[in-house]
Design a protein around this ligand. Structure first.
Ligand code: LLP
Length: 418
């Protein structure tokens, strides 16, 4: 994390000491580095050089408006999966011609909203959805551009919750069905087939599954073209992993693209990639304060003011995030757990680890939390969601206020009959 570094004892985000942000904004707080977002985005852009391509940021990874605005300004497109993400993407200033809409359960109102914004295309995941898009486009006098999401039937070896391309997954359609759907679109008046889409999962640590899946899907592109369909876009999905542990090495964007470059070239289509984690994960940390230290038998606990409601990944996937002190080096405590205040034994940010031996009141940074961090936060245990801060050079700003108690009950109504 070069955009997060130490100067003396203090951990910095770009030119700003994180301790200064924690003191001013409180904790828990997510802090994002603009330079890190740009670095990761440019890694991808540079890797695809020589191809006709577009990098769409998977908004689900981090949907803060300031993050989205930064990426839109860099020229990125957006990969969205809901009407809410469409709303955010448009507000953040993404060019609708660079917005692609995926998801197995798009509702009528979400489709109509997408048509209204004239987004580039819908990634269609079923025959029923296709029919629905044709009907709605016809009613609203619009032309809908679609890509068929094919399920290439590849095992990724990643956590089962984030693997999507295997044969029985709910996502996409098998190759045979994609060919049938393409035929059916010929008879539709308001749907235009312009692309093939695939996405096989997230945090994929090896190149082989990507290569296998992309080769299979590229065959479909060629087959459809051969049958006279004007396939102009090949969306290869996201899924490039990042090293959460210091000793991990994962394929770089350049290694990734080089492994598939000939295949991509051959399709003669514009390549869309929709990375979320690769762009945002290392651009963010979660600052949290040690509330208490305690020992139970032999076990040492560090109790923090951030819990599973703030950062769900460790509890949900057993995900590993490095934890470091924000001020100074504190020594370490072996076999300890960093746990949150939520009333669940599954509420932890780190388990059985050598953790910083931080005293009560000290601030820790949970690293690589910029993707699927705040976006998966909840109000469980009626805990207001954390603040978010963006740093750029020596400047920083709160880009989402910490929620207040009043936010917790917003929209709730106690009816008169009670
Ligand atoms: N495209 C589609 C269709 C997707 O479903 C996803 C992620 C992406 C792109 C972006 O994938 P990425 O480049 O970020 O790997 N909450 C989980 C990750 C869930 C990913 C869901 N889909 C986590 O925290 O690990």
């Amino acid at each position: 994390m070069e955009d997060f570094h130490r100067e003396g004892e203090a951990l910095y985000c770009e030119g700003v000491p994180l301790g200064e942000i924690a003191a001013a904004v409180g904790t828990p707080t997510y802090v994002y580095s603009h330079a890190a977002l740009e670095r990761a985005y440019m890694d991808l852009v540079d890797a695809f050089a020589g191809l006709d391509f577009m990098v769409c940021f998977a908004v689900k990874a981090n949907s803060n408006l300031a993050v989205l605005r930064s990426l839109a300004a860099m020229g990125a497109g957006a990969d969205i999966v809901s009407g809410g993400e469409l709303y955010r993407a448009v507000r953040a200033g993404f060019d609708p011609k660079k917005i692609v809409f995926a998801g197995v359960g798009k509702t009528e109102s979400e489709i109509v909203a997408g048509l209204g914004e004239r987004i580039l295309l819908f990634n269609v995941e079923s025959a029923s959805e296709l029919e629905c898009i044709e009907r709605l486009a016809s009613i609203h006098g619009k032309k809908a551009r679609v890509a068929l999401r094919v399920n290439p039937g590849v095992e990724t070896g990643t956590h089962e919750h984030i693997s999507t391309g295997h044969e029985n997954s709910k996502f996409g359609v098998p190759v045979e069905e994609a060919l049938q759907l393409a035929e059916r679109i010929e008879s539709y008046r308001c749907v235009e087939l312009i692309g093939v889409h695939q996405h096989i999962g997230s945090q994929i640590s090896k190149l082989a599954p990507h290569v296998e899946a992309i080769e299979k899907s590229a065959e479909l592109v060629k087959e459809l073209k051969g049958r006279g369909h004007d396939i102009r876009y090949f969306n290869i999905g996201g899924g490039l992993g990042v090293p959460y542990r210091g000793d991990e090495t994962l394929p770089s964007p350049l290694e990734f693209v080089d492994a598939i470059r000939p295949t991509l070239k051959e399709t003669q289509a514009k390549i869309i990639c929709e990375m979320g984690r690769y762009i945002a994960a290392r651009a963010g940390v979660l600052l949290t304060k040690v509330v208490y230290r305690k020992r139970t038998g032999e076990k040492s606990y560090v109790v923090s003011d951030a819990g599973m409601n703030d950062l769900l990944r460790p509890s949900l996937y057993g995900a590993y995030h490095e934890v470091v002190p924000v001020n100074g080096s504190t020594g370490s405590v072996a076999g300890a757990d960093l746990v949150g205040p939520v009333c669940e034994s599954g509420d932890f940010l780190a388990r059985e680890r050598d953790l910083p031996d931080a005293g009560e009141g000290e601030v820790l940074a949970v690293l690589d939390s910029g993707a699927y961090g705040f976006t998966m936060a909840s109000n469980y245990n009626s805990r207001p969601r954390p603040a978010e801060v963006m740093v750029r050079g020596g400047r920083w700003a709160v880009v989402r206020e910490r929620e207040h108690y009043a936010d917790l009950v917003k929209g709730e109504i106690v009816p008169a009959f009670l």
